[in-house]
Structure formats: C-alpha cells, structure tokens
Write a protein of this length. Sequence first.
Length: 166
Amino acid sequence: MSGHPAALDPDKLAAECEFRATRRSGPGGQNRNKVETAVILTHRPTGISAEAAERRSQGQNRQQALFRLRVRLAIEIRTPAEPSPSPLWTSRLRGGRIVVSPEHDDFPALLAEALDVLATCDDDAREAALRLDCSTTQLVKLLALEPLALGQVNARRVNRGLHPLR
C-alpha cells in the first residue's frame, strides 16, 4: 500500500506539497484577520489541493489541511491494488471488523486501499471484501465514513448497471 500518496508519512507528503499561508475573514478575533493562519497545500505531482482555516494557529491549520489532502488523494487517485491486504489494513481488522475513526491518521491510507481494491474488482463489493478479509457490510461502512468516496463508488456502479451500495 506504500505506493499510494495517501499512505505516505505526513512529513514526506508535505515535502511534495506547495505551501501557501493566507488570511481568512470570519470569527476568531483580530488574530484571524491580521495574521496569515489559513493554510493551502497543493500536492505538486497531482495538482490536488486542500486547505484549512478554522483554527487560530497556522500549525494546527497546516496539520488539518494535510489530513484533508490525504483524504482527497485517497478519493481521487487510483493505484494498482496489492494481491493481499497491507500490514496496516490487517492491523486494523478485529474479527472481520474494520476499526478506525474517520479522524484517525490511518483513515486516508485505509480508504485509499479499499478504493484501489474496489476499482481492481470492477466495484464488486463482495469480491473486494473477500480480498480485504472483511465483510461487505464492513467495507461499505468504511466507505460511508467519507460520503464522497461512497458517492464515487456508487456512481461507477450505476454506470456498470449495478445497484448502489448503502
């Protein structure tokens, strides 16, 4: 799974990004209006970007923008799926259940792996779940944690004449 940009160590991914700080208006007091605390990160190899401006410090916004970038990369970039689940995926399985919060650092890499396997399996959720050693229900629950990912898979499934996943 290390081939997917969403699975990169955050520092390595940040090194591949263009960083831009800016100001945003809104609540947060004078600091927000006078200091460039908002952060925009653009992944140079793909052109995909993400931003964060809701925190009062540039460092916190940078961390949030990096996480959002990893999720966007997971959704938008497909890489060839490995023949068996990654060690990260396996470490997150508990009795066939995928245990991860959508805010956890592992989430973007797990989402990318699930989407890559689904794409390899022509969006057949049952076949993808078998390859990932989990149930179809668990796979769909993981996708549902990121509505854009589930929407993307369902759009491809409908184009193939398959029913959407719920």
